[in-house]
Design a binder for this molecule. Structure first.
Ligand code: SIN
Length: 521
């Protein structure tokens, strides 16, 4: 089966759906695919904190300074300037004025801007503590209104290019060009050839490479791996950001305790109630994320404790009640037996955000013709060595707009004859069904290797060991992949081991300990 479209987008988070909206409104034939059955199963949906937005008393240069400080000046200045000058206003124009998203208000009836670590002022709009699911909801509703086709249960396998796939041998001598994606229909087990003039990867992050993560299970870095296999430039892959505060609870997995709790006064303590972030002046509990995550990790190791504590009840400074301001966190913690209005919250650091990715310019263009990457899978350079909190939703939105604008302005269809020279996918005969236990075991090995050797604190020896181990797993997994009946799970596993290699190689290559890439020796 094959289809031809103007634009194919992989991913239904803020970046993917916003790009689809801009393109469709300009009259292009755009489709979106997701490997999930539920289009809302995205990292966007789980974002709690909020989104940096325009505020009268803020200035682009102040925001730029905070981004550069958090990013250790490793940032791409062009991307920072673009973000601070165009981003905050876009939130108001797109979400508030166009899609009618009514962010939380304070008791004076004005927008309630909240603070987070390393922000010099409160400039983050939020929808209580479920900003992400509200954003996901308004985007999903609007894509439905526009009748944008979304193919659920469709897993991207590999990018199609003229050089790699065309039956016309002359294509081998032309510059490499992306022409779409081979995609598995998870339910039917068939591979569809989706040909497209422009391909946008908006596949999100890769937190699942680590034993502990705040990310949904879909975050396996599929776009990064596909782009790498095709030859796209990847940068800054050593910078994996760890969020300081994932809920530590035996019944509730992967639940983020938003940094905005500390933005509203909450303080970290050890089991004796000592405020250990006092040892990290001047910002203390509001120090950049990498500093706080490492402080918790070191305190856990020094005191031999499996978690530290976050005390909101004694230090909360907000206008609304805790239950109202942090309703999602309150109710979720309560399910785990913790009343956050009465007790401290057990927390541990966890893999949260990939600051590296597919190298793109201000228009989201990758190094490969016709391939765009937006959102977490891309690296615009905005975040440098460490991301400033609540900047990623806006980065996803802004680059969705700039890539859509670029496509709309420069749209040139690929000649049909060239698209027709792309063959359909051939599944090898006698493929084998693999036992899910084997796949699970390989995942565990990757996750432990990454957590122990390529995690919050790294050592040279550990990185070398990780490279050797991942090379070994990679050899087996690739063999396994070639023999297997294609499933979403096999595709994800193959992507994961490729991504682990990318991160480890970047980490070994960058000898400077900086930001999220913290080398102890
Ligand atoms: C949080 O609410 O702490 C997460 C926000 C972010 O990662 O930017």
């Amino acid at each position: 089966m094959r289809e031809i479209h103007d634009v194919i987008i992989v991913g239904t988070g803020i970046a993917g759906l916003s790009a689809a909206i801009f393109l469709k409104e300009a009259g292009l034939d755009v489709i979106v695919i997701t490997k999930e059955s539920d289009t809302s199963e995205t990292s966007t949906n789980y974002a709690q904190g909020g989104i940096i937005a325009w505020k009268k008393s803020d200035k682009p240069e102040h925001l730029a300074e905070d981004i550069l400080n958090a990013g250790y000046n490793y940032n791409n200045r062009e991307a920072v300037d673009f973000f601070v000058s165009k981003g905050p206003e876009l939130v108001i124009n797109f979400f508030v004025k166009k899609l009618g998203l009514d962010f939380s208000h304070n008791i004076q009836g004005e927008f309630d801007y909240t603070g987070e670590a390393a922000h010099s002022l409160k400039r983050i709009l939020h929808y209580a503590d479920h900003t992400g699911d509200k954003i996901q909801e308004v985007l999903t509703n609007y894509t439905k209104q526009l009748n944008i086709p979304i193919y659920t249960d469709h897993t991207a396998i590999d990018l199609i290019t003229n050089n790699h796939h065309s039956n016309d041998k002359q294509e081998l001598y032309r510059p490499l060009e992306v022409m779409g994606i081979y995609v598995l229909d998870n339910l039917k087990g068939e591979v569809i050839t989706f040909l497209a003039n422009k391909t946008i990867l908006a596949t999100g992050g890769l937190g699942n490479l680590y034993q502990h993560t705040t990310n949904p299970s879909a975050a396996t870095g599929d776009g990064l791996s596909m782009a790498h296999r095709t030859g796209a430039d990847i940068i800054n892959a050593e910078f994996v950001q760890f969020h300081p505060t994932l809920l530590y609870n035996k019944d509730i997995e992967r639940f983020l305790i938003s940094e905005s709790l500390r933005g509203e006064g909450a303080k970290l303590t050890d089991h004796e109630g000592h405020l250990f972030m006092e040892n990290y002046p001047p910002l203390k509990d509001l120090a950049p994320r990498d500093v706080v995550a490492r402080a918790i990790f070191e305190e856990m190791n020094r005191q031999d404790k499996p978690y530290m504590l976050l005390d909101l009840k004694s230090h909360y400074k907000g206008d609304m009640s805790i239950k109202e301001r942090f309703s999602k966190i309150y109710h979720t913690c309560l399910k785990g037996g913790i009343d956050i209005t009465q007790e401290s919250i057990p927390v541990v650091p966890a893999a949260h955000y990939f600051c590296g990715g597919i190298k793109v310019d201000l228009a989201g263009r990758s190094s490969l013709k016709n391939l765009y990457a937006i959102g977490e899978t891309s690296c615009t350079g905005l975040h440098g060595a460490n991301r400033l909190a609540s900047s990623s939703l806006l980065e996803g939105l802004l680059w969705a707009k700039s890539s859509a604008d670029d496509i709309i302005e420069n749209f040139q269809p690929i000649i049909t004859r060239r698209l027709q020279s792309i063959p359909d996918w051939i599944q090898p005969a006698n493929s084998i069904d693999f036992d899910p236990i084997l796949i699970n075991q390989d995942w565990k090995l990757i996750q432990l290797t990454m957590w122990n050797y390529v995690g919050i604190v790294r050592m040279k020896k550990g990185l070398d060991r990780a490279r050797a181990d991942i090379n070994y797993y990679s050899h087996h997994i690739m063999k396994f992949y070639k023999e297997a009946v294609l499933t979403r799970e096999i595709i994800e596993l193959r992507n994961a081991v490729v991504n682990a290699s990318i991160i480890i190689n970047s980490a070994i290559h960058n000898k400077t300990s900086i930001g999220c890439h913290y080398i102890e020796d």
